[in-house]
Design a protein around this ligand. Sequence first.
Ligand SMILES: [Fe+2]
Length: 277
Amino acid sequence: MSPSAITAELLTHARATVDLPADAAKTLTALHAAATGFFTQDEEVKRAHGSEDFTYGFRPYGRQYSISPDRPDMNESFTYWADNPVTVPHHEAPTVMPFLQALSDYWAVAAAITETVLAELATHYGHQPEAAPPFRDYSYLEINWYHPSDRDLLQDRHEDGHLLTLAVSDGPGLEIETDGRMDPFHVHDNRLLAMPGSLLTAMTGGDVPPLYHQVRNHRLPQRLTVLFLANPPLDRPVPPFVYREGRPVDIAHLARTSGAMFGLPDAPTLPAAHTNG
Ligand SMILES: [Fe+2]
């Protein structure tokens, strides 16, 4: 599917299927392998690669939730901000380097799709493509490693507090809301789901509602999810593509505070510095 078709589907159905070409799908397959290598290490090894406030790198089980803190998402997680490995503690250690390389390779794929979609949305609302919010320094990849569980839902129904999420998983479970009903959506290494988040709703003056989703438990021994979460700049005001009533919202302010819904700290207000050129 061409980027234009993705954008058109987002505008008409508030979600889009993204079919990856073979070389792009390969980076995702490699990322799955590298993530499995990382998450199957000892807890102590993994914890050495997480920042104290859980913003960067590894986040242990139970720190993030979808509705209520007493129902944590049943996963541990790894967050890779701004395609910048330096944000991850001990990033040069062999226990994390192959994983960081695979994250960076897949980042290029996900960021290219996001860039085109945001530029096309800007054009749709009568702006130059360059008016699309720059997202690369403010966005992140989140890899979720699910534990076996008896709960019906591994993640409760929620919307994402970002512009756009590109989601893929190595097993069934993802369900999306259509006309008030939750239906399975099949993703795999050649097929992503593009989900608008609440910031895209604000950017489009309500034209594109957020896609509500949840994760059903199919009692898999393990499950790995790869999410690319696109944010607008967090350190300067960001105007919406269009607004229809009242005062225009500052999208950056919405973005900084949206993590609190899920038990996470506010997103960093400054982009992670690129020290590796
Ligand atoms: Fe989500």
